[in-house]
Every structure is written in C-alpha cells, then in structure tokens.
Design a protein around this ligand. Structure first.
Ligand code: AMP
Ligand code: MN
Ligand code: MN
Ligand code: MN
Length: 277
C-alpha cells in the first residue's frame, strides 16, 4: 500500500470543525495512512483520535501546534510523535490556555470599543473546554453579521494592525522546541512562508531553530504553489532540515484544503517521517 502522510490538521478541540473521530475517519476516506492531529496549544483531542485511528486502521501520530514567540514574532511549531503526558509539556499547555484566555478578554474589550458587545461570552460558549482561538472570534463576527465570512473578519478586525488585534507573548521558541523534543517528538517549523519574514530574518531564525533542537520544516502545505515549494525546499536544504507535509486542514467547508490532498515532497528532501520511524 502506498503511504500517504498528512502531518498537520485541526479538530474541534482547537479551531477545526470536525471532532477528532470524524477527522480521523475523513482522513482515512481520503487515503491518508498516517495522520498527525496538531491542534493549537492542546493535546486534549489525541486520546479520542487514537481510539478512532485504531478502529479505522490508520496510523495516528500524536501532535501539537505550539504558538511560540521569537524576537517579537509569532511562529507556529509543530510537534510530531510527542508524549502528551510529558509534565513540562502539560504545564506549558496550561500556561498557554491562560495566555489565550487573557488575550480573548482583550480582544473582546477591543470589539466592545467598536460597539460589538458580547464576544467573550460567545467565544467561551463556542469553544467550550477547547482552546479559544481567533477563529472563534471570526465565527462570532460572522454570526452577528458584522462580516460575511471568516477571512473578512480577519481582514477587518482580527489580523495584525486591525482594531481588535492583540499582540501576544507566547512560549519562547527555544522552550517550545525543547518541550517537543524532550517529550520524544520532532519539532517542525510550520508554514515557514506565512510569517512573511525577509531572507535575512530567515537566515537568523533557521539556525536559532536548529540550535534549539528543531529538526524539520514544512515544505508542502495544503495551499502552496511551485515557487513556494521551491523556496521552502531551499531552506530545508541549506539548513539541513527534514521536510514535512501537512494540509493544515480545519474544515470540510473550505474547498481549497483537503486532508491528504498534498503535492509530493521534492525527492532531494529528507522526509520528516524518517525521523520518527
Ligand atoms: P490564533 O488564535 O491567533 O492562534 O489564530 C487561530 C487561527 O486563525 C490560525 O491558526 C488560522 O487558522 C487563523 N488565522 C490567523 N490569521 C489569519 C488570517 N490573517 N486570515 C485568516 N485566518 C487566519
Ligand atoms: Mn488554526
Ligand atoms: Mn499555524
Ligand atoms: Mn495549523
């Protein structure tokens, strides 16, 4: 059987739409043989996903997407093959949950100033016990007819530089990488081109990421063109990082991204799955 990896996906335990069980089933239906569930700053969906993967016969890789800060920039670090019970990682997740809640209070206050009340209560309800993300705020703004879709919510309110944006200090990048590697996982820099860093900044970031113990970089994402693959592969080569492939699937409603619908990793790139066996 040909292997199909998808090493970046979200369930409704963070800002995805499907339950961990439905996510695993959908991945299986789309021919994925190894799926990593990588919810934002939480591992709370992994037990359910694991049970579903055993029932379906697909391999579940325990993952997380940690929000990290490096030189005042927010980065996302994927952990693959982590031990969700590793105590420092559990502590970090608790801290990140507090950071996210406090940020949510500030975002809601900013929306209130724009005469949009009720956001905090709404996102607390929609997130339930899950992580509150900006996606929850985007859905709230859509539901109240302030915008017509999620993207417009980011573009008008939630993205950097917009009225409800709150600058946040996340986990230090080196610490985030350390929690992942010390728990037995492989740390991968997620969607490296989405941060819009200049080549000079990338030249500083990637060695710092490697020094911290980072081993991989996403070369293939759910939406990337040939030039983007070339550039990410170039960074993988120059800095001797393994290449990862992940759709960053959030929702079946988004027609652009599907589980397992990924371009092949360029042949000269070392696949990240060789690192976790
Ligand atoms: P956050 O709560 O800040 O971690 O953001 C949660 C999610 O919002 C991200 O993982 C993306 O799925 C989505 N997101 C962030 N920025 C944007 C943007 N500018 N446009 C659309 N979606 C975004
Ligand atoms: Mn997300
Ligand atoms: Mn991300
Ligand atoms: Mn993601």
């Amino acid at each position: 059987m040909t292997e199909k990896y998808d090493l970046h996906s979200h369930s409704n335990i963070s800002d995805g739409v499907l339950s961990p069980t439905d996510l695993v089933r959908r991945a299986h239906e789309h021919g994925v043989t190894s799926l990593a569930l990588t919810d934002h700053d939480t591992t709370a969906g992994l037990a359910e996903a694991k049970a579903a993967s055993e029932a379906t016969g697909i391999r579940l890789i325990s993952g997380i997407e940690l929000s990290a800060s490096w030189q005042n920039k927010t980065l996302h670090i994927i952990g693959l093959g982590i031990d969700p019970q590793y105590p420092p990682l559990l502590n970090a997740i608790r801290d990140l949950q507090v950071i996210r809640f406090e940020r949510a209070e500030k975002i809601a206050a900013k929306l209130e100033k724009k005469r949009i009340p009720g956001a905090l209560a709404a996102v607390m309800t929609s997130a339930g016990n899950s992580m509150i993300t900006r996606t929850h705020f985007a859905d709230f703004l859509v539901s109240q007819f302030h915008v017509s879709n999620q993207q417009e919510a980011f573009d008008r309110y939630l993205a950097k530089g917009k009225p409800a944006y709150v600058a946040t200090v996340w986990a230090d990048m080196a610490l985030a990488v350390d929690w992942i590697t010390q728990s037995g996982g492989v740390a991968v820099l997620a969607h490296p081109l989405r941060y819009k860093l200049t080549p000079n900044v990338m030249k500083r970031l990637l060695p710092a990421f490697k020094d911290a113990g980072g081993q991989g970089i996403e070369v293939i994402t759910g939406r990337c063109n040939a030039d983007e693959i070339k550039l990410a592969a170039y960074y993988a080569n120059i800095y001797d990082l393994a290449g990862s492939v992940g759709s960053d699937f959030h929702s079946p409603v988004n027609p652009w991204v599907e589980l397992g619908r990924l371009q092949p990793l360029p042949e000269h790139i070392k696949p990240v799955w060789e690192l976790f066996g």
